[in-house]
Design a protein around this ligand. Structure first.
Ligand code: K1U
Ligand code: ZN
Length: 171
C-alpha cells in the first residue's frame, strides 16, 4: 500500500475526463488500496483516482466520525441516476485545492449506481454529506472542480493564488 502524491491546482490532469473501468483487476485493486492510503494520510473524506494521477472512474470515501471505526467505501464507474429538485449548501474543501473552502449548492438527494470492488452493480440513495461528497467526487471524474460552482470572481482569485504558488515552487 503506497501513499501517492495528490495533484494540486492548477495541474491540467485534474481537468481530464476519467475513463470507465472495464475490468476490476489487480491494477484496480492496488489503485484502490493506494487511494485509501493517500486519502487517510491527507487526511480527507473522499478521493477520486485522477487526484492521484490515475484517469479511471474510481472513487474512495470514508465519512465515519473520528471517534467511530473506519467505514471505507469504494464506488467504481459511479453514475447519478436521479437528483432532487431540492438543493443543499455545504462548505466544501478539496485535497487538490488545500486550505480553501467555499459554499456550494447542489441537489440535496441523489440516487447513484456504481460497481463495488467485486464488480457487483449497486445503487445508493444519498442525502446530507454523502450526497455532497458523491457529487464532488463524480465531478472530479468529469474534470470538474468545486470552484467551478463558485462565482467567476472567486474562482479566478483561487486560480491566481495557486498558479502563483506553483510558479514559485518551480523556481
Ligand atoms: O475530493 C476531495 O478533494 C476530498 C474532499 C472531499 C469533500 C469534502 C467536503 C465536501 C465535499 C467533498 C476532502 O476530503 S477535503 C478534506 C475534508 O473535508 C476533511 C478532512 C479531514 C477531516 C474532515 C474533513
Ligand atoms: Zn476534491
Amino acid at each position: 500500500m503506497a501513499v501517492r502524491e495528490i495533484l494540486i491546482l492548477p495541474d491540467k490532469r485534474l481537468r481530464q475526463v476519467s475513463q470507465p473501468v472495464k475490468k476490476i483487476d489487480a491494477g484496480i485493486r492496488t489503485l484502490v488500496e493506494d487511494m485509501f492510503a493517500s486519502m487517510y494520510d491527507a487526511p480527507g473524506i473522499g478521493l477520486a483516482a485522477i487526484q492521484v494521477g490515475a484517469p479511471k472512474r474510481v472513487v474512495t470515501m470514508d465519512l465515519a466520525k473520528k471517534e467511530d471505526p473506519r467505514n471505507p467505501q469504494v464506488f467504481i464507474n459511479p453514475e447519478i441516476l436521479w437528483a432532487s429538485e431540492e438543493k443543499a449548501t455545504y462548505e466544501e474543501g478539496c485535497l487538490s485545492i488545500p486550505e480553501y473552502y467555499g459554499d456550494v449548492e447542489r441537489p440535496a438527494q441523489v440516487k447513484v449506481k456504481y460497481l463495488d470492488l467485486e464488480g457487483k452493480p449497486q445503487e445508493i440513495e444519498a442525502n446530507g454529506l454523502l450526497a455532497t461528497c458523491l457529487q464532488h467526487e463524480i465531478d472530479h471524474l468529469n474534470g470538474v472542480l468545486f470552484i467551478d460552482h463558485l462565482s467567476k470572481l472567486k474562482r479566478d482569485r483561487v486560480l491566481k493564488k495557486f498558479t502563483k504558488a506553483a510558479k514559485r515552487a518551480a523556481e
